[in-house]
Design a protein around this ligand. Structure first.
Ligand SMILES: C[S@@+](CC[C@H](N)C(=O)[O-])C[C@H]1O[C@@H](n2cnc3c(N)ncnc32)[C@H](O)[C@@H]1O
Length: 282
C-alpha cells in the first residue's frame, strides 16, 4: 500500500490512535501569521510563490492528474508508486499528495450545497491538495484562501487549481495560534488526526465562530475529533487514500459549535428536521 511504502502510519491507525507530532513535520517559514498580516505582505507572498516553482514542476511531472475519488468533476495531481515522492518530501509526510476522507466529504457537501460558500470569503484550513478549496471556488465562493503549514502543499494547490481552472490564494503558515481570519466560512478537512494540532485547531475554530464565521469540519472519525463541539449535518461515502476498493468508508460533515451553542443538545443527523444532504453514490 502507498502509505506503507512511504512509511506512513496506516490510515486505520489514524482513526484509532495517536500519531507522534514528529510524524507531521510542521514547518512555517513565516511563523504564526494572521490573515491581516498576510494581506499586508504581497511581496512576501509573491516570493513564496516563486520559491514553490520547483515543487510545482515536480508535482506536474510526477503526479498524474486523476479524478478525486467520487468527485469526477475535480482532478487532483495524485501520487502513484512511480512518483518518487521521497525526492521531494524527504523526511516529511506529503499528506497533500492524496485526497483524504474528511476533505472528500466536505468537498462533496460544498458542491451539493453551493449556497454554503457562494459569494462568501472562504478559508480552507489544512488544505493539503486543495481539494476543498477547489470545491469552494467551483461552488462560487467570492474568494478562497488555502492555508497549510507544508510549503509543498501550496505547490500542489497551485498545480491543482490550475488544472481545475479556478483561482485560489495560497498561504504557507500555521494560523492556529493567531487571530481569527477575515473569512465568512472556514472549511476544515481531516485535520483532527494529531492530539496537539486538534487541541490548537479547536481553540482557533472557536475564535473563528466568535468572530462570526461559519465553520464546517469534514472527518471520518479520527482519534482527536472534538465531538462535543460538533453537530453532524451530513455524511457521504468517502474513501481514504490508503483504503482498498472493498474498504470504502464514510465521512461526516459537521458544523462546529461555538461556546454559546454548547448548552443546546447536538442535533443528530438522522432525526426529523436535521439538515441531511442526500449522499451521492461513491
Ligand atoms: C490529513 S491532511 C488533509 C488535507 C485536505 N484537507 C484533505 O482533506 O484532503 C492534513 C493537512 O493539514 C496540514 N496541517 C497540519 N497541521 C497544520 C497546521 N497547524 N496549520 C496548517 N496546516 C496544517 C497538513 O500539512 C496536511 O496538508
Amino acid at each position: 500500500m502507498l502509505c506503507n511504502r512511504l512509511k506512513f502510519p496506516k490510515v486505520k491507525e489514524l482513526r484509532a490512535g495517536p500519531l507522534a507530532r514528529a510524524d507531521i513535520g510542521v514547518e512555517s517559514s513565516q511563523g504564526n501569521i494572521g490573515l491581516s498580516d498576510w494581506a499586508e505582505k504581497p511581496a512576501e507572498m509573491a516570493e513564496a510563490r516563486a520559491g514553490r516553482g520547483a515543487a510545482r514542476a515536480f508535482i506536474a511531472a510526477n503526479l498524474p492528474l486523476k479524478p478525486a475519488p467520487g468527485l469526477p468533476e475535480i482532478v487532483i495531481h495524485t501520487a502513484t508508486p512511480a512518483s518518487g515522492l521521497r525526492r521531494l518530501a524527504a523526511g516529511r509526510n506529503p499528506y497533500w499528495a492524496w485526497c483524504w476522507a474528511g476533505g472528500l466529504a466536505l468537498a462533496r457537501h460544498t458542491l451539493a450545497r453551493p449556497q454554503t460558500v457562494a459569494g462568501r470569503r472562504v478559508l480552507d484550513l489544512g488544505t493539503g491538495s486543495g481539494l476543498v478549496a477547489i470545491a469552494a471556488a467551483r461552488a462560487g465562493a467570492a474568494h478562497v484562501l488555502a492555508a497549510d503549514s507544508d510549503a509543498d502543499a501550496l505547490a500542489a494547490v497551485e498545480a491543482n487549481a490550475a488544472a481545475n481552472g479556478v483561482t485560489i490564494e495560497c498561504l504557507h503558515g500555521d494560523l492556529l495560534d493567531g487571530p481569527p481570519p477575515a473569512a465568512d466560512v472556514v472549511l476544515v478537512g481531516d485535520l483532527f488526526y494529531d492530539r496537539a494540532v486538534a487541541a490548537r485547531a479547536t481553540l482557533f475554530l472557536e475564535r473563528c465562530v466568535e468572530g462570526g464565521a461559519q465553520v464546517l469540519v469534514g472527518d471520518p472519525g479520527r482519534a482527536f475529533l472534538p465531538l462535543a463541539r460538533l453537530a453532524p449535518i451530513a455524511d457521504y461515502p468517502a474513501r481514504d487514500f490508503g483504503d482498498s476498493g472493498e474498504d470504502e468508508g464514510r465521512a461526516r460533515v459537521f458544523s462546529f459549535r461555538g461556546r454559546s451553542e454548547l448548552s443546546s443538545r447536538p442535533q443528530r443527523s438522522d432525526e426529523p428536521g436535521a439538515r441531511v444532504c442526500a449522499a451521492r453514490p461513491g
